[in-house]
Design a protein around this ligand. Sequence first.
Ligand SMILES: [Zn+2]
Length: 295
Amino acid sequence: MGRSAILKYLLDESGAAMLQTKAVYAYRVCIANTACRFALRLFSLSAICFITMIWATTAEPTNQRGCVAILLYHRFGAVADGEMTVTMPVFLEQLRILREDGFQVISLIDLLSRLGNKDTALPAKAVVITSDDGHISVYQEMFPIIRREYLPLTLFVYPSAISNASYAMTWAQLQEMQKTGLVDIESHSYWHPNFKTERRRLSPEAYRRFVQDQLRRSKAVLEQKFGSAVNVLSWPFGIYDADLIQAAKMAGYTAAVTIERRPVTAADNVMALPRYIVTNDDTGGTFRHMLSCSR
Ligand SMILES: [Zn+2]
């Protein structure tokens, strides 16, 4: 049967009751014709591709979105005295592992924007570097390496210590770091209180006011000093709860980080993202384990 015969058949008697029979017949007629059979196969293939594409882009992203470790450093020094200090040879070894294992250091802001977009996967091999407390050794020891290696870094500082405490950086040093475009400065509250202790010590109303002051004053001072938005909070001592999260949102924060030792996944609460405190013992396999998605 030729093409004109097929058309003639399809145009003839278009009663609704006959439609299914006609479709079956048209299919039989079509597969008997080489050109029509080829066109039909091409159409089916395109339809399958289209449906697969739609399914892939609308499917609920779950664990396939991957995970990213956020590393937290405090101090650098010649001797590792306690959990908070990492020596420079160990820090350089950790950076070498990142390079050799093909990890990309991304900024915390980049990670947050990826977490905020449900259609964006987390990068397969990425890591975020942060540092809390504004210790002078971060400027003296870590910053030259960060600048040389061109690595993004997020610093969480509490303004009461800056240009004040002997162990802390100055505003000028922070500004110098921020001007490189590599260093983002965010809030670690105003004077690093222990919110659990303050809650016990103060009346509910006084505690509420205290929390708002700590969160708002730090954000306001940092925004004024650096001329850029401060939207991320590092919970002092990693202490947070549902009320504190609500208070942080009220104060204008859109994300917060804590110190639970596990990688960030898309399932995490953006107001309590986990981080790994890096110690001087995190070398070789221990450091590699930290970068993997295992908990
Ligand atoms: Zn701290």
